[in-house]
Write a protein that binds this ligand. Structure first.
Ligand SMILES: [Zn+2]
Length: 355
């Protein structure tokens, strides 16, 4: 259990550190896509969720798959080096073309295999904020290159530039020569979603409506839930993770408030018969989602009490009894440790209560 998560943590650290770190890790992950023969064999488990809907489980986020007369519909693509195995597993479920892939959000352990699945024929979808975050590393690289080109043109003018006005004029000229940042941006086609949307989207596929429902500022600011309306199956992405503490990615505009609202939305849409595929962890029910929701409310209230009583972050982190019920069940042994969670909640709660 611990080792499995240690590997996951290694892969995910890129997404939890500064955005610069995240960017380089994301690109690194993508660069591994170069050769199909390089894929390591990963152990991908297949679980039948209901009739024609399956969950594929491996090192990254849980994958959802719908197979049927229209073809294969895939939710999330995990890590790129697992793609060969993932495709093989999908092929064991259906020989129909892999037509559609939707990313629940931008994190590398959910989008790493995009290019490989696109190469299999999948058209890739995501919320536009998720796509924007996926393009960020390429935008940053283009901006750096753009600036270097401008600097070198100005440098060539040498001693001709003496005043601030000279410098401004030289910069304007150089910008005309170099062109815009967008002009030199080198986007890897196939990796990024081809179709992005700003709110919700409906797929009519394999005999049912599959609704992609955006939840603002929850785990990130580009999360979508995927709800199979006939089958009554929901893939939540990381807007819900089962039997482990959630990751609220503040740097990518996630928030405690949005996360809670997202869970409220999930609870409004599903019923006791719904089968929930979480972003991470085992298949879940409405009760599991309620449990996580109540846990966050409870922790929010307890921590709010201590914030109002002017306890410091360090003091609250040391109050292990607050999270005991959940720690005893192993919630803190995943990607987000108890300390990570308490620090995030303390900061989020403080925004509301601390003056
Ligand atoms: Zn995530």
């Amino acid at each position: 259990m611990y080792n499995k998560y240690a590997i996951l943590i290694l892969f995910l650290f890129g997404t939890i550190n500064s955005s610069g770190q995240e960017d380089s890790d994301y690109m690194l992950e993508e660069n591994k896509n170069a050769s199909v023969t390089n894929y390591k064999a990963n152990k991908i488990g297949v679980i039948q969720v209901k009739d024609n809907i399956f969950m594929l489980k491996g090192r990254g986020g849980n994958i959802g798959v719908s197979v049927g007369d229209d073809g294969v519909f895939v939710i999330d693509s995990q890590l790129s080096d697992a793609s060969a195995d993932i495709v093989q597993r999908i092929r064991s479920l259906s020989k129909k073309p892999i037509k559609l892939l939707i990313n629940t959000h931008h994190h590398g352990d959910h989008v790493g295999g995009n290019r490989n699945l696109a190469n299999e024929g999948a058209l890739v979808f995501s919320h536009e904020m998720a796509r924007r975050r996926m393009t960020a590393p390429y935008m940053k690289a283009a901006q750096d290159k753009h600036q270097r080109s401008i600097d070198s043109i100005i440098e060539r003018q040498g001693t001709k530039i003496t005043t601030v006005e000279d410098k401004k004029a030289a910069t304007r000229d150089a910008e005309k020569i170099v062109g815009s940042v967008e002009d030199i941006m080198n986007l890897p086609q196939g990796t990024l979603p081809v179709v992005s949307f700003s709110k919700d989207l409906t797929f009519n596929f394999n005999g049912e409506k599959i609704r992609a429902i955006h939840i603002p500022k929850a785990h990130t600011d580009g999360d979508v839930l995927l709800y199979f309306t006939e089958s009554n199956v929901m893939h939540t992405g990381d807007a819900f993770v089962n039997k482990t503490y959630p990751y609220i990615d503040i740097e990518n505009n996630g928030s405690l408030n949005g996360y809670m609202k997202g869970l409220e939305k999930v609870l409004r849409l599903i019923n006791d018969e719904t089968i929930v595929i979480p972003g991470h962890g085992p298949i879940a029910s409405k009760d599991d989602v309620s449990y996580t929701y109540n846990m966050l409310r409870f922790l929010n209230d307890r921590i709010a009490f201590h914030v109002v009583s002017k306890k410091t972050e360090e003091q609250v982190v040391s109050m292990t009894e607050i999270t005991k019920e959940y720690d005893d069940q192993g919630f803190g042994e995943g990607f987000i440790t108890t300390e990570n969670l308490v620090r995030t909640l303390y900061k989020e709660v403080s925004k509301k209560y601390k003056k």
